[in-house]
Design a protein around this ligand. Structure first.
Ligand SMILES: Cc1cc2nc3c(=O)[nH]c(=O)nc-3n(C[C@H](O)[C@H](O)[C@H](O)COP(=O)(O)OP(=O)(O)OC[C@H]3O[C@@H](n4cnc5c(N)ncnc54)[C@H](O)[C@@H]3O)c2cc1C
Length: 377
């Protein structure tokens, strides 16, 4: 079979790898370099965790992801998955139910009291002795840029792959072909579109209008205080009075990354990547109450990321655009970790195999579009 994969982010690259491993010929098309530094996936850290607070189905779906990343690293070669552990600070009434979900998921977990939390992570502040948290010791952090480079290298070295970098797709036809900005056309038995936050440009209006573009600021932080604690720090979620702040730990030479849901806003268009001063200041204010000895001068940079969500504001969303034409229409703000399982199910669909289930309803029950009713379910 010949499969056309549009997009060189984590989803497109891993889908292409899975299609090739199944014996298919693949055309991989990307509007920029492969991998592209402007892809949402191309960042220093992406956290792989099981616990998604208050979202039991998501937590259960995430149960096997650590193993999936270990296997992805083994398959592609290179070193990009670090078992940093992930710590989630919880509201006391939620501890029992979240622990029950993690036990059901079969994930090793440790409950910590506020006192243990303070001892283990002296670089964090503001915990009372009764503040509970759960630690997933086996959870990890992906050096996302390195994972993408490893996948790109694997694909480039394979004779079944034709790589089309710097070629933009302008139209996806229902007949399993794509039209390129340079006038070229690529046809296959199936097409998989994984265009991340740019997806709306390639989808029927009735569908793209229901998708929401989000933009989020992240700070890079290189602290000089608590060096030992930072060097063994897990990723931490649930920080701050509103429990929406998080940090990604320093892995393989990276700075700490700091952000919060409060630094995520809805925007009309994908534009620049300059961090507005107000959002930088917002996060500095937030983290001055969350980190002990917080030093604004140790904020060494700020980055902007974009992602697309479905109407409910969650994503991800899989859509069938035609016979053998699939679009990972909304990547959402938490799909990187699901990359290996999303790729497997997209490859299954493209190859006409029974799709492996991901546990994500919006992927396992894709929206079907028909020509006469674009955008409908
Ligand atoms: C600040 C932030 C933090 C995040 N943290 C996490 C996390 O810790 N864990 C987690 O699991 N997820 C996280 N996410 C979400 C995750 O990064 C995304 O869901 C995921 O990376 C999306 O991957 P993708 O391959 O779908 O899209 P992308 O990585 O954006 O790739 C899409 C590719 O398609 C190409 N493309 C687009 N249009 C065209 C076209 N017309 N023709 C050709 N090529 C095209 C683009 O150039 C791009 O390279 C985070 C997101 C943000 C913004």
């Amino acid at each position: 079979m010949r499969i056309v994969v549009v997009g060189g982010g984590v989803i497109g690259l891993l889908t292409a790898v899975d299609c090739v491993r199944a014996g298919a010929q693949v055309d991989l098309v990307e509007q920029a370099a492969i991998p592209s530094p402007s892809a949402t996936s191309y960042d220093q850290h992406r956290v792989v965790r099981t616990l998604h607070r208050g979202e039991q189905p998501l937590s259960l779906a995430a149960a096997g992801l650590h193993e999936a990343w270990v296997e992805t690293e083994r398959r592609l070669g290179g070193r990009f998955y670090y078992r940093s552990g992930v710590l989630t600070v919880l509201a006391a009434p939620d501890v029992e139910s979240e622990l029950a979900v993690l036990n059901q998921a079969g994930v090793p977990v440790r409950a910590l009291t506020g006192r243990e939390l303070s001892e283990r992570c002296p670089q964090l502040r503001g915990f009372t002795s009764r503040q509970p948290a759960v630690l997933e010791p086996a959870a990890g952090t992906v050096r996302a840029d390195r994972a993408l480079l490893a996948a790109a290298r694997w694909l480039r070295g394979h004779p079944a792959v034709r790589v089309h970098s710097h070629r933009r797709v302008t139209r996806v036809a229902e007949s399993a072909s794509v039209v390129l900005a340079d006038g070229g056309v690529l046809s296959g038995d199936s097409v998989v579109v994984a265009a991340g936050p740019w997806s709306r440009e390639l989808l029927p209006a009735g569908l793209s209008e229901g998708l929401t573009l989000k933009r989020q600021t992240m700070l890079s932080y290189t602290p000089s205080s608590f060096p030992a604690a930072w060097s063994r720090s897990p990723a931490v979620l649930g920080l701050g009075a509103t429990r929406d702040a998080w940090l990604m730990p320093p892995v393989a030479g990276t700075p700490v990354r700091l952000s919060a849901a409060s630094a995520c806003r809805t925007v009309a268009e994908l534009t620049d990547r300059q961090t507005p001063a107000e959002w930088r200041t917002h996060l500095i204010r937030r983290f001055s109450t969350v980190l002990a000895a917080f030093d604004p001068a140790a904020v060494t940079g700020a980055t902007e990321g974009y992602y697309l969500t479905d109407e409910a504001g969650q994503g991800p969303l899989l859509v069938q655009l035609g016979d053998g034409v699939w679009a990972f229409a909304a990547c959402g703000g938490m799909s990187f970790k699901f990359g290996p399982v999303l790729a497997r199910t997209l490859a299954d669909r493209a190859l006409g195999r029974t799709p492996g289930l991901t546990g994500l309803t919006s992927v396992d029950q894709p929206r079907q579009l028909t020509a006469d009713r674009p955008g409908t379910t």
